[in-house]
Design a protein around this ligand. Structure first.
Ligand SMILES: *Cc1c(COP(=O)(O)O)cnc(C)c1O
Length: 358
């Protein structure tokens, strides 16, 4: 456990300052002292999201925010267009189905580029919601959210984007890109422990939410808006302390500098892997994620065995493929505080193991 190197796309390495903040004594979540910290964090999150709209915080992992964005907007029978190109975009589609939506699953091969003309064709006047994922963590592909937002700009369709594994690690402009519901989570680029998720809600989205007929209780966004700057239920105080420390770290580094660092490290990962002869999984380098890289199976090497041995022999944890990509790809994160040093250690260990396993 001691020196485990976490190179997985969530959770990622949590900086010392954030861990220390979690160790502070717990205070009550209804005290003015805590409420002021909570409000301050919520307002600072607006800057991370690049939005003038309110950002609400859930005690729950990213999937809680995914579900909230759908169960608050979709009434049974509403038309939803789900852009599907990986495990997480499938999850959004499946949540929409769970809540009784009439879902069109617009599927693209995992690892391929999303085609805008197919989205245009599939859109109808009565499409209530489009669901999409900015950074498909299951494939290592970054999707063209700005362009999809532009397609939807002058329509009544709400645009929902899962930016869980990219927000604060790659450029994301909620308002400028016309995103109505943007969601993110704590354990990816913000380098916090797992357990918080965030959602920004546009005025148009509130209009739809107020008419919503689906039953929901814990994730009822109207309750969160009404109770703000408190939460309707108990607030996970220690996680909010962690969030405050994480936002301090972002301010110390500078937000734009943090994004530039992620880009630089992503380029480093891609260049280094090329030198080693690994093949990127996404079909084109231009669509590669800036927060994690995914690689095709190394010929002659069992990916499952490689991942297991990295863990047992080197105490390094990377991720394999999900669903039909299990055994076919491996994924290495470069989010949060992961830098060139951690990538070097990881790639060297992989190279070492490949030589042994051959
Ligand atoms: C990690 C992740 C999620 C899911 O988050 P949980 O915290 O496991 O609920 C959803 N979408 C994307 C793109 C992710 O990377």
């Amino acid at each position: 456990m001691e020196n485990q190197l976490l190179m997985t796309p969530g959770p990622t390495i949590v900086p010392e300052k954030i861990l220390d903040a979690m160790a502070k004594p717990v205070i009550h979540h209804r005290t003015p002292e805590f409420v002021s910290i909570f409000q301050n964090c919520s307002e600072r999150l607006q800057k991370v999201f690049k939005t003038q709209n309110g950002v609400y915080i859930f005690a729950g992992t990213g999937t809680a925010a995914m579900e909230a964005s759908i169960c608050n907007t979709i009434s049974p029978g509403d038309k939803v267009l789900s852009i599907v190109s990986g495990k997480f975009s499938e999850r959004l589609r499946d949540i929409a189905k769970t809540y009784g939506a009439n879902v069109t699953s617009l599927e693209f091969e995992w690892g391929s580029e999303i085609k805008l003309d197919r989205i245009k064709e599939a859109l109808t006047e009565d499409t209530k919601l489009v669901t999409s994922v900015h950074n498909e963590t299951s494939t290592g592909v970054r999707n063209p959210i700005q362009k999809i937002g532009a397609l939807l700009k002058d329509t009544d369709t709400l645009f929902m984007v899962d930016a869980i594994s990219s927000l604060a690690g790659d450029k994301f402009e909620t308002d400028d890109w016309d995103v109505d519901l943007c969601i993110s989570g704590s354990q990816k680029c913000m380098a916090l422990p797992t357990g918080l998720s965030f959602i920004s809600v546009s005025e148009d989205a509130w209009g739809v939410i107020e008419q919503n007929k689906n039953p929901h209780y814990y994730l009822d966004l109207q309750k969160y808006r009404k109770k703000y700057p408190q939460t309707p239920f108990s607030t996970p105080v220690s996680l909010i302390f962690a969030l405050e420390a994480g936002l301090d770290l972002i301010d110390e580094e500078g937000f734009e500098k943090k994004l530039a660092r992620h880009h630089k490290v992503a380029n480093y990962a891609r260049n280094k892997s090329k030198e080693l002869g690994f093949e990127l999984f996404p079909e084109k380098e231009e669509i590669c994620s800036n927060t994690l890289s995914s690689f095709k199976q190394v010929p002659g090497i069992d990916t499952g065995e490689l991942i297991k041995r990295l863990n047992s022999d080197f105490n390094i944890r990377i991720a394999g493929g999900q669903a039909h990509l299990k055994g076919k790809i491996f994924r290495i994160a470069h989010m949060g505080i992961i830098g060139e040093k951690e990538l070097d250690v990881t790639f060297d260990a992989i190279q070492d193991l490949i030589n042994k396993l051959k």
